[in-house]
Design a protein around this ligand. Structure first.
Ligand code: UDP
Length: 253
């Protein structure tokens, strides 16, 4: 690999300096981590699948007017993105109870929520990304009120889009996490959807069978993570081998 300046290395991705100012190259690793990196493994091909899937979702979202950091995919594992100032929040949208919410409230996983719920965690690995109320976000200046309002409405648009796309291929979108970043245009900040959207950061259940097609397969030792992600990519028509003759998404009746 060429000698490039590494800007940041996270658990699943590496960011390198991009070819032009204001751009970065986002490299998707095969590393999987869970429980704040207490559980680790290398999953062959995960990075390739997530690069494709994130491209698919980000491009679709851009097409309905959601601003994103994605510029273009460069190769199997890399995409060119806009450099943003990350808002230090994990923005979680939930349609059905699962994971930490189900645990906290003693709810059965899969219970439909009365409406989509947006919640925030402060991005801090050492603290285990604690859930924070909106008031903390404003008081500590992680985002201002206007930005917070924009983040909520953008997150709900992402939810509508993702839920619809997934429903079309027989998958229920239980919940997901997204991140936002700012760019500065003439001294004015503008929010962009950043990071990635992939089965690493969503909960996806097969509508018919309830089979989990997301990172819970790894977290809970439910089988092959590659098989689960490949199934999502196959249904959406974004398997790497199908690139030249990309099939339409498979509609499940
Ligand atoms: N999530 C994520 N990164 C995190 C925490 C959560 O991508 O650091 C995603 C997770 O995959 C799920 C959603 O956010 O789709 C809600 O996660 P939850 O709060 O239930 O936490 P978990 O049970 O995964 O610890």
């Amino acid at each position: 690999m060429s000698r490039r300046k590494k800007v940041y290395e996270g658990k699943a991705k590496i960011l390198y300096e991009g070819p032009e100012p204001g751009t970065l190259v986002q490299y998707f690793k095969d590393d999987a981590t869970a429980f704040n990196a207490e559980k680790k493994a290398v999953i062959d091909g995960k990075g390739v699948l997530n690069n494709r899937l994130s491209e698919f979702f980000m491009t679709g979202l851009a097409a309905i007017g959601v601003p994103t950091h994605f510029i273009r995919r460069l190769n199997m594992r890399e995409q060119l993105i806009r450099q943003v100032e990350i808002v230090p929040l994990e923005v979680i949208v939930r349609n059905f109870a699962a994971g930490s919410m189900a645990k906290r409230l003693g709810m059965e996983e899969g219970t439909q929520l009365p409406r989509p719920i947006v919640e925030f965690s402060f991005k801090n690995d050492a603290l285990g990304d604690p859930l924070v109320p909106e008031e903390y976000i404003i008081a500590f200046g992680w985002a201002n009120q206007q930005e917070l309002d924009d983040i909520i409405s953008l997150a709900l648009r992402v939810n509508d889009f993702m839920s619809g796309v997934m429903h079309g291929v027989g998958i229920k979108l239980i919940d997901f996490k997204v991140e936002f970043g700012r760019i500065w245009e003439n001294d004015f900040p503008r929010l962009l959807l950043a990071d990635e959207i992939s089965p690493d950061s969503c909960r996806l259940w097969d509508i018919e069978t309830g089979r989990k097609l997301d990172k819970d397969v790894f977290r809970r030792d439910l089988g092959s993570l590659t098989d689960a992600y490949t199934e999502v990519a196959r249904r959406l028509g974004v398997l790497p081998s199908n690139v030249t003759h990309r099939p339409k998404p498979t509609l499940i009746n």
